[in-house]
Design a protein around this ligand. Structure first.
Ligand code: SF4
Length: 314
């Protein structure tokens, strides 16, 4: 006996779990607050229509926005909206019960898009594209009716990266999901406040907060297999090279048009030698590639990111 009391293993595990949850809580709120600030997503007097599907992401979005609103320096309103698409087995009471319990103003829009999509899309084909288009039109109309100035969607960092790779692999474009955009009818501002948040964090938050999740398979549509495969690819990379997802996401916000090939983004044809040295100019012959087998030096920004993997947008 050395007289030193040892902590009970269960106590230690509980303390560690509580500590991790506090970190997660802070990280989520910090990242959402940062995305809102970086892209000027919400201003004084805005009415934010939070689109709730019943999935973990939109529940977390609403949850974090409600918490941020309590201490935000600007006053804004929140209204939750769910589109009940009449999929068989959709539990109609779940969202209203939850929203009442949180005292959130809400609107449930019932529109049988399920039947329309079933009728128009041939058996075995994916229904998501038509379904999303119908849903989008309805949500824009509802936003008008509710006087909403912002439409908030629950897409997160991993959705954005997956979309980036989908567009690159199958569409031949460097294009992701914007954190903020003008809707295609030109009348609304759509925002994605979870832009900096990792999906794994949303999963943990949903479990912790015990959101009453509604399964997303009710429509019977097959998942987009290409998106699933890209999601697997990203997770596999992250497992083998921790920090890679953060670095890739960071890259989406640090584009160098002069080092790509888009002639609409950079005036290659008009380039002239200026005769003026630029200390921060091109390093065309140094670290642009590792043709001699030497890996390029990490830039200070990337080095910082590797040290601080929790702040993808910072
Ligand atoms: S999974 Fe079902 S509900 Fe979701 S977009 Fe696709 S068809 Fe629509």
């Amino acid at each position: 006996m050395n007289g030193v009391a040892t902590a009970h293993p269960t106590d230690a595990a509980e303390k560690k779990a509580a500590f991790e949850l506090r970190k997660l809580d802070k990280r989520l709120h910090r990242q959402v607050g940062q995305a809102i600030a970086d892209f000027n997503m919400i201003g004084p007097g805005d009415k934010v229509m939070v689109c709730l599907s019943g999935g973990k992401d939109s529940y977390a979005l609403l949850d974090v926005l409600l918490a941020l609103r309590r201490r935000a320096p600007v006053a804004f309103d929140i209204v939750a909206v769910n589109l009940d698409q009449k999929q068989p087995g959709f539990p109609e009471h779940v969202l209203p019960d939850y929203l009442r319990s949180r005292e959130v103003p809400f609107h449930i829009e019932a529109q049988d898009t399920y039947s329309i999509v079933k009728r128009l899309v041939p058996e075995g084909k994916t229904m998501c594209s038509l379904c999303s288009r119908l849903r989008r039109g309805i949500l824009y109309r509802v936003a008008d009716e509710l006087g909403a100035t912002r439409i908030a969607l629950g897409h997160h960092r991993d959705d954005m990266l997956q979309t980036f790779f989908l567009n690159m692999f199958f569409g031949g474009r460097l294009k992701s999901m914007p954190p903020k955009l003008v809707s295609d009818d030109g009348r609304h501002i759509v925002i994605r406040p979870l832009a900096y948040v990792a999906e794994a964090d949303l999963e943990r938050w949903a479990a912790h907060r015990q959101f009453p999740i509604i399964p997303c398979s009710l429509c019977g549509s097959q998942l987009n297999l290409q998106r699933v495969q890209i999601g697997r690819m990203l997770r596999d990379w992250e497992r083998r090279f921790p920090g890679r997802i953060d670095n890739m996401f960071h890259a989406l916000g640090h584009v160098v048009p002069s080092h790509l090939l888009d002639r609409n983004l950079y005036p290659f044809a008009a380039l002239q030698a200026t005769g003026v040295a630029d200390a921060h100019g091109d390093k065309a012959f140094d670290d642009a590639d590792d043709a001699c087998g030497t890996p390029p030096a990490a830039s200070p920004v990337i080095a910082l990111r590797l040290d601080e993997p929790e702040a993808p947008g910072g």
